[in-house]
Design a binder for this molecule. Structure first.
Ligand code: DC
Length: 233
């Protein structure tokens, strides 16, 4: 029996729908939510604001270690994120920040600097952890590990829709190239590359909607975690 609060990890490439599933699961179970990508995006934004070259591993890692970031969950599951005491809003959501995040995330010292901060999100009654290495590196002892995939075309389409809905600048062709470059960097880096944990449950979401993805996850949770109020489908 694990005395620590339970964790469910959700990993996968950009635009696969992890964020939507994780927000839904956190609300449904009443658990905490870790958006680990936001920590890499905030590190990138803080480094850019300080005019640091993103390849300067020591200085970017110092920024990561001292990151003054706060996550405040709203009643609807949406998260307000503050950097240096000021709400960042969509400043971390555009592809420029995503690409910068992917670059700083490839620096080993940055990953080390953020490791304990991510583990500190594990609090009762439980944690839903969204990222790339949640099941492999950050929470290898998670109770349940999920890994989502989808075709590159479908992920580009979803990210385009998401950005357009937020009123953020998006060009389909550029986005496809940026997402491909980001995925390649996230999957090929030497530290914590994007890959499913050997004990992860994988789902290809290319042709299925959000509701089915949520049902799939909930059925696995019911089978594997025996939580009050979560019945086996
Ligand atoms: O999930 P996201 O798009 O917000 O993540 C932004 C970048 O951060 C992504 O390109 C890869 C990196 N990242 C990572 O390396 N490890 C994580 N656990 C989460 C994100």
């Amino acid at each position: 029996m694990n005395a620590r609060p339970p964790v469910i990890t959700v990993d996968g490439p950009s635009g696969v729908g992890k964020g939507t599933l994780c927000q839904w699961l956190a609300l449904r179970l009443g658990w905490h939510l870790l958006d680990s990508g936001a920590l890499y995006r905030l590190t990138a934004l803080a480094a850019l604001r300080r005019n640091l070259p993103l390849a300067d591993e020591d200085r970017v890692a110092t920024v990561a270690a001292g990151l003054d970031a706060e996550f405040v969950a709203g009643a609807d599951g949406a998260m307000r994120i503050l950097l240096d005491g000021t709400e960042v809003g969509d400043a971390i959501r555009d592809e420029r920040c995503g690409a910068a995040a992917s670059r700083v995330a490839a620096l080993p010292a940055v990953r080390v600097a953020l490791l304990q901060r991510q583990r500190d999100f594990r609090r009762p009654p439980g944690l839903i952890a969204d990222g790339r290495d949640m099941g492999t590196v950050v929470f290898p002892d998670a109770e349940l590990k999920l890994f989502l995939t989808a075709s590159a075309e479908e992920r580009t389409r979803r990210r385009y829709k998401q950005l357009s809905e937020k009123g953020l600048d998006a060009n389909l062709k550029n986005l496809a190239e940026e997402i491909a470059a980001r995925d390649a960097r996230d999957a090929r880096r030497t530290v914590a590359p994007l890959r499913p944990a050997p004990d992860a449950e994988t789902l290809d979401t290319t042709r299925i909607g959000v509701a089915e993805v949520c049902d799939w996850a909930l059925a696995l949770i019911a089978r594997r975690l025996a939580l009050p109020g979560i019945d086996q489908a």
